[in-house]
Design a protein around this ligand. Structure first.
Ligand SMILES: [Zn+2]
Length: 233
């Protein structure tokens, strides 16, 4: 019995670390499945309105795609946005992405006025990374965004090769690292004229998002990209 209790409290203690039951911003109680309360969400840093568009345009991204794209928060090393992103990515709780994805869907609706997706697609992880982590953190975001935008999610993309982690690479190396790393999934629907919202958790240089958008654009889709946070701006 003692062993069982000790085990149970150890599980609870561990799950308190990985399953936030308190707001990752203020430490207050949480009313729903989101890892952060509504008043902290309102205080999170936001990027300058055209920051992501500017970053993508500097990379020869088509203007309409760049102008519609959305980054909800500004990444704040050591701050609340980073804690939320870490909980999503490493917390072993894929459902955490759903309420965050709803916020991203609402932001897309506000920002890309008049544009609504037919389908939301997560940026796929390399299979080895998804195996290690047990899930793709962007898939939960895509589900939540699709929920807010009243459409479906579909895995339209596959990774054609594993890439080195972007975090250790210099800015210019990141492009070479991800170029051609994605392809349209063989099971994907025909994409000519289909409006696709492509979702990722964090955008750092835009390299991964644009590399993932390319096969969708090549297949004739109209693409908008959305990320929970962007690294600067
Ligand atoms: Zn809070």
């Amino acid at each position: 019995m003692f062993v069982f209790r000790a085990f149970r409290s150890a599980v609870r203690a561990a799950s308190g670390l990985v399953f936030p039951s308190l707001c990752l911003g203020c430490g207050g109680p949480l009313a729903d499945a989101a890892p952060i309360c509504a008043s902290c969400v309102r205080m999170l840093p936001r990027p300058a309105p055209e920051a992501l568009a500017g970053q993508l345009l500097a990379r020869d991204c088509a203007e309409p795609l760049a102008r519609r794209s959305v980054a909800l928060w500004r990444f704040d090393p050591g701050g609340t946005v980073q804690r939320v992103q870490h909980a999503l990515k490493y917390g072993r709780r894929p459902s955490l992405g759903i309420p965050l994805g709803r916020l991203l869907g609402d932001a897309t609706q506000r920002h890309a006025r008049g544009w609504a997706p037919d389908v939301v697609c997560p940026v796929p992880l390399a299979p080895i990374r998804e195996l290690e982590r047990g899930y793709n953190q962007s898939a939960g975001l895509a589900s939540g965004a699709a929920d807010a935008l009243a459409c479906e999610t579909e895995d339209l993309l596959v990774r054609t090769r594993s890439t080195r982690t972007q975090t250790t690479l210099a800015f210019s190396e990141r492009w070479q690292n991800v170029a051609g790393a994605f392809a349209r999934s063989p099971e994907a629907r025909p994409l000519a004229g289909v409006r696709v919202l492509l979702v990722d958790d964090v955008v750092t240089t835009g390299a991964t998002l644009l590399a993932a958008a390319q096969p969708l654009l090549d297949a004739g889709a109209e693409v908008t990209v959305a990320a929970l946070a962007m690294a600067d701006g």
